[in-house]
Ligand binder design. Structure first.
Ligand SMILES: [Zn+2]
Length: 455
């Protein structure tokens, strides 16, 4: 039997979250075609990854990130609100098309090295350049074009008329959906309830329904956003969006930090998909995740871009677990309120459902697309362990990710990224950061970039 790639002698994570020791996983024509005990079958393969002391698991899915904010690293910690109006939007609005491509590739590089194989971007500018960057990286993505047509504090070039928002979003969908052999999907996006008119929100949702695609937005992230909705509409954000008829199963609702029990019922009844971004969210609220999960709502994780604390989902889940236990567990002596199995389900299938791909990715099953990572277990912070599931959720970090396969192609082998030039990207990013600092009147005093002097 013929195969493109085999990973032999590995520990394979099953969809039931069990670990199969000494197993082989076989990839052919982009898909997982076989999983069996190593040595029990023979395949004629083109490429092999040695899996001894490695865990093979589904690639991680970042359900909410901002590739156009990649050049904000280190800038926003400890700053006063409202951060996205003071830093994020000014930076995004000044990016040139080539800087969008650079920012995209730098973000993709960080994601590949952190174990992410798919992501949903929350909406950028010069999106044709985002497409180019993602194509080069080899990652899978759901991209959107950022739209805003009202509200305070939005840079001029990021605000457009309702008609432009609808027309250009539809054009972006028609131009690029299913690009890069289907790795790139295009969804619609409205930035927030406060920065978009009802007409734009309803219009974009209708376009998404017409094309059977999804919508990505920020919901109930800031107290200010919920209060705005209460003052303007006499309803909470989620209540008002439901009133507009735009809550539906392919709505990816990022954050959902500040929600009432009634909001949770609406999320459940409309089968809206929730993405939490723990490190970003913790500056605003501790999410009511146990209640959401008890209602059967699908929840996954995102990073909200690198500016908050990097693009590692492994880092996000540790912050998430501790904040959930201290808030929903400790007061009731219920210490297993957010156990490893629940979290791994959210980390893998929660992300897959959020981007509408739960039948294709998110678990290692025969017939699913081969989006796979390996974890090097031969580390003193991982082995030996009594419970690999707990150790995976508590101790594994992005530096332990060894190999990455997307759409059946190896894009990182032994931590060497094969699709992007790491040194070149870091050097270019440093140069461009200096230019952007000047444009924004930000200081270079603490700026550190890659040292390219010859040794
Ligand atoms: Zn966001």
């Amino acid at each position: 039997m013929k195969a493109d790639i085999v990973i032999e002698n590995a520990i394979v994570l099953t969809k039931e979250f069990e670990f199969l020791r000494n197993h082989t996983i076989v990839i052919n024509n982009k898909k997982i075609v076989d999983i069996f005990e190593t040595g029990s079958k023979d395949y004629d393969f083109k490429d092999k990854i040695e899996g001894r002391n490695k865990l093979v698991m589904p690639g991680l899915i970042d359900g909410h990130t901002h590739l156009t904010q990649q050049l904000l690293r280190g800038m926003i910690s400890d700053e006063y609100p409202v951060i996205y109006k003071r830093f994020n939007l000014p930076l995004e609005s000044k990016l040139t098309p080539n800087q969008v491509k650079l920012s995209t590739e730098l973000g993709c590089l960080e994601m590949i090295k952190s174990g992410t194989t798919s992501f949903a971007d929350a909406g950028g500018t010069h999106t044709h350049k985002m497409v180019e960057g993602v194509m080069n990286s080899g990652l899978r993505a759901v991209l959107t074009r950022s739209t805003s047509d009202t509200g305070e504090g939005i840079p001029k070039n990021m605000k457009e008329t309702t008609e432009e928002g609808l027309r250009l979003s539809e054009k972006f969908y028609l131009d690029y959906n299913n690009y890069a052999e289907g790795r790139i999907k295009v969804w619609f996006q409205y930035r927030t309830l406060a920065s978009c008119t009802d007409e734009l929100i309803v219009g974009l949702t209708n376009l998404a329904k017409k094309y059977k695609t999804g919508v990505h937005t920020h919901i109930s992230e800031y107290g200010e956003a919920v209060l705005y909705s209460l003052r303007t509409h006499g309803m909470r954000e989620i209540e008002y969006l439901d009133h507009l008829g735009v809550m539906f199963p392919k709505l990816l609702a990022a954050h959902c930090c500040l929600v009432s029990e009634n909001d949770i019922k609406i999320l459940r009844d409309t089968n809206t998909k929730v993405i939490h971004c723990p490190r970003s969210n913790l500056g605003k609220a501790v999410t009511k995740t146990p209640s959401m999960l008890n209602h059967g709502i699908s929840v996954g994780f995102g990073t909200d871009g690198t500016a908050h604390s990097g693009l590692s989902l492994f880092r996000e889940i540790t912050a998430f677990k501790h904040s959930q236990i201290i808030t929903h567990g400790v007061p009731y002596l219920d210490f297993s309120v957010m156990n490893s199995k629940i979290m791994l389900e959210m980390l893998t299938m929660g992300g897959a459902r959020a981007i509408g791909m739960e039948d294709e990715i998110g678990s290692l099953e025969i017939g699913k697309i081969a989006d796979i990572i390996t974890i090097d277990l031969n580390k003193p912070h991982i082995l030996p362990t009594h419970n690999l599931l707990n150790t995976l959720m508590e101790s594994v970090n992005s530096n332990d990710v060894c190999d990455s396969i997307v759409d059946g192609k190896i894009i990182m082998r032994n931590r060497k990224v094969l699709t992007l030039d790491e040194d070149c990207l870091l050097a270019e990013a440093g140069k461009n950061l200096e230019l952007l600092n000047k444009l924004n009147n930000w200081s270079d005093d603490n700026l550190i970039t890659l040292d390219r002097r010859s040794k």
